[in-house]
Design a protein around this ligand. Structure first.
Ligand code: SAH
Ligand code: SF4
Ligand code: F3S
Length: 470
């Protein structure tokens, strides 16, 4: 398979452009301020951290207030219609920013921007947006911004591309404790409901040497939790010159010394198997936590979704994973109301979650995405019916989550303390190794540290604990 890595000279050119922009901005009365707002999944969060890295290198400070900002970047998600509606609302509002400060630069990027229909709508109806670029063009953001400023004209960079890999872009990470590391980009799976393969291009894997170096540096600078990102991490490495698989990558990362945990998402069930689960079980730094989206508990619907596994095959995988990792924390994504789904089929999903007993679920009502195969399938069930099925699913899951959480009460577990909160009773928030949220009482000096905590209470969404004084 052909690999397209952006040549170092091209990245160097972006770096020079960032320096030129910094020089240009330094002529102003104050350092320019940028606002970056992010919608969608962790991949987008990671992308925004690169955008912020580039903006910082241009000499920008950051603000959350659009009226203070000289440069506004809205990084968008196209996964469901609601996500898109929200973004159109946000960019509609930005017209007031432009009225007040005609020199403000407004940028729209991410998965929505890559859709031609969206770009066209922005071109015609949102004329205050200066720059539109898709995920594949992220690495040339400095050059695109330069073009906007030089020409004082609008720039659209949304060519259909297979996508590439850009190494060596700067990054701003939001905390010193947790970090996202993209290991691959794009998706080749074409699940029939999903827009991602159309906007994120083909699957491509980063060179393992770059990934290992990034993780090593993060651990050395004190990061305690590293989440490896990809739309389907189990496809990692198939396209490398020297092919390697995700299990091998995990084993290599696990050799890096230090006190840290590795998580990953997302793992597609069709390619998750015994090798991966055995590797997870063996690697001491790999969290015993698995996000394994099932989408549906009915094999006919799974086939229509083009998921590549049946209900039984999925359940076998879960059974094996639990046999080698008895304390595995398991979560999933579910879509209710796929076109043509009947009530009985939706209830198969409810029975699957009763059987698996997930720790938590991310649940969605199907949203048609223009251009995907599912969008043109007959969809006779009404929104109201789908809502009833959805509510039944939620009720079942809420009960299961509460029951599983209750089993933690009285136990002592190890957590990573993330942050201080506003709640005087539980002034800290933390996560177990399995990723469950624990509201915590204890000193703020624990932030960024691992701590042993005794669980004293729980509800559907979280655990409550006290730091154990050793
Ligand atoms: N690559 C990941 C999923 C990324 S999208 C994977 O395959 O698991 C996150 C979730 O959004 C999906 O798992 C799915 O449950 C949901 N989703 C995707 N497209 C959707 C649509 N058209 N309508 C409703 N939910 C959708
Ligand atoms: Fe979408 Fe399927 Fe790819 Fe996940 S694996 S991003 S659901 S097409
Ligand atoms: Fe959304 Fe794009 Fe992620 S569509 S879910 S931001 S890959």
């Amino acid at each position: 398979m052909e690999r397209s890595v952006i040549p170092a000279a091209e990245i160097q050119r972006q770096r020079e452009t960032m320096r030129r922009l910094a020089a240009r901005f330094s002529g102003g009365e104050r350092a320019p301020l940028a606002m970056v707002e992010t919608y969608g999944c962790q991949q987008n969060v990671a992308d925004s951290q690169r955008i912020m890295g580039m903006l910082a290198e241009m000499g920008c400070g950051f603000t959350q207030d659009p009226f203070m900002a000289d440069i506004i970047v809205i990084n968008t998600c196209a996964i469901r219609e609601n996500a898109e509606k929200k973004v159109f609302g946000v960019i509609g509002q930005l017209v007031h920013v432009k009225e007040r400060d005609p020199n403000a630069v407004i940028c729209l990027c991410g998965c929505m921007a890559q859709q031609e229909t969206v770009a066209e709508k922005v071109r015609v109806s949102y004329r205050h947006v200066d720059l539109v670029f898709g995920p594949q063009a992220l690495w040339k953001f400095p050059e695109l911004l330069w073009d906007v400023l030089e020409k004082r004209g609008r720039v659209f960079s949304i060519e259909k591309e297979r996508g590439s890999i850009a190494e060596g872009l700067p990054v701003v990470r939001e905390s010193g404790v947790k970090a996202w590391v993209s290991i691959m980009y794009g998706c080749n799976n074409f699940c029939s409901y999903c827009i991602v393969p159309y906007v994120r291009g083909r699957e491509r894997s980063r060179d393992p040497a770059f990934i290992l170096e990034e993780v090593r540096q993060l651990v050395e600078s004190g990061y305690k939790e590293i989440t490896l990102l990809g739309q389907n991490v189990n496809s990692y490495g198939k396209d490398l010159d020297k092919p390697m698989d995700f299990s091998a990558l995990l084993s290599e990362i696990d050799k890096i010394p230090g006190e840290y945990l590795v998580r990953f998402m997302t793992s597609h069930p069709k390619d998750a198997g015994e090798k991966l689960f055995d590797t997870m079980a063996r690697c001491t730094h790999v969290a015993k936590q698995l996000h394994l989206p099932v989408q549906s508990g009915n094999s006919r619907i799974l086939r229509a979704m083009n998921r590549g596994y049946t209900r039984e095959q999925y359940l076998d995988k879960v059974r094996y994973a639990r046999s080698v990792m008895p304390d595995l924390v398991l979560t999933s994504d579910i879509i209710i109301g796929f076109p043509g789904e009947t009530e009985a089929e939706a209830m198969d999903t409810v029975s699957l979650i009763e059987e698996v007993r997930y720790d938590a679920l991310f649940t969605f009502i199907y949203s048609p995405r223009p251009g995907t195969p599912a969008a043109s399938m007959p969809d006779p069930a009404s929104r109201k019916e789908k809502q009833v099925w959805f509510d039944r699913l939620l009720d079942a899951q809420n009960r299961i989550s509460a029951e599983l959480h209750r089993m933690y009460t009285g136990k002592t577990v190890r957590v990573l303390v993330d942050a201080v909160t506003e709640d005087p009773k539980w002034p800290l928030s933390s996560r177990t190794h399995g990723g469950r949220l624990v509201h915590l009482s204890g000193p703020s000096s624990l932030v960024g540290q691992y701590a042993d905590v005794r669980i004293v209470d729980s509800n559907t969404w979280a655990l409550f604990g006290e730091a154990v004084q050793l």
